[in-house]
Design a protein around this ligand. Structure first.
Ligand SMILES: *Cc1c(COP(=O)(O)O)cnc(C)c1O
Length: 230
């Protein structure tokens, strides 16, 4: 693995200020509430995370439980009480307890087996993170998430059988397609099912997601710079 390029700390502070400004401006023009910026810190080197923390960023997204445990439970553990951590990657049931212990929000709820594992973990840990249901909005074969047609029955079941109330929906539109139609569809689904949260939009399309009432945008490379391959 090559050494990640050195990124000046001020570069990250400037990028963050620019993204926050674009969020605010886009929301104002669209007449909607500006979404929360979730800084996607997966794979980024520690000095970049430190720069984002120094710039005042407190909400971070990670896609692997173990990597997040090392970063937020060890390297930056002293910051933990001031932070809000979101899991935005797939969760295996055998990691449910670790995830429940570490994360404030789990955005990738996508099956009933995971609901049961999370409830069991919440019982053991004594807390339940806020939950978003991931929707496979492009109905892609290899992608995680509940299919749009199955969302209604899934929500009915987790509400009635398990007494769980998710905060919202999350999606990752297919690569290479315009995002807007997918964001539009996710917004309609949230409205249909009475959910207020919408996690959608990444570095390339967060401004597109805002007029569709995204409540959370997940931005990695535009904030931290390009990620090294794993
Ligand atoms: C990596 C990732 C992001 C951030 O992607 P960027 O294009 O770097 O902003 C957002 N959401 C999910 C689910 C991711 O895995």
């Amino acid at each position: 693995m090559s050494t990640p390029p050195i990124i000046d700390l001020q570069t990250i502070a400037n990028a963050r200020a620019d993204i926050l400004d674009r969020i605010k401006t886009t929301a104002m023009r669209a007449g909607v509430t500006p979404p929360t910026l979730v800084a996607v810190s997966k794979v980024q080197p520690d000095d970049r995370i430190a720069a984002a923390l120094a710039a005042g960023q407190t909400i971070f997204g990670e896609n692997r439980v173990q990597e997040a445990q090392t970063r937020w439970g060890e390297t930056f553990a002293t910051h933990r009480s001031d932070l809000e951590l979101h899991l935005i990657g797939p969760l295996q049931t055998n990691k449910a307890k670790d995830a429940v212990a570490l994360f404030d929000v789990i955005q990738t709820l996508d099956r009933e087996k995971l609901v049961r594992a999370l409830l069991k973990a919440a019982d053991a840990v004594g807390r339940m993170p806020r939950l978003f249901v991931q929707v496979n909005i492009g109905e892609e074969e290899q992608k995680a998430g509940i299919l749009p047609d199955e969302l209604g029955p899934f929500l009915d079941r987790i509400r009635s059988e398990y007494g769980l109330e998710p905060e919202g929906l999350m999606c990752l539109p297919p690569v290479g397609e315009p995002s807007a139609p997918h964001f539009w569809r996710l917004e309609r689904m949230a409205k249909t099912y009475g959910l207020s949260g919408l996690s959608m939009g990444m570095s390339a399309d967060f401004e597109t997601a805002i007029p569709f009432r995204a409540t959370h945008v997940r931005v990695g490379s535009a904030l931290f710079g390009a990620r090294e391959a794993r």
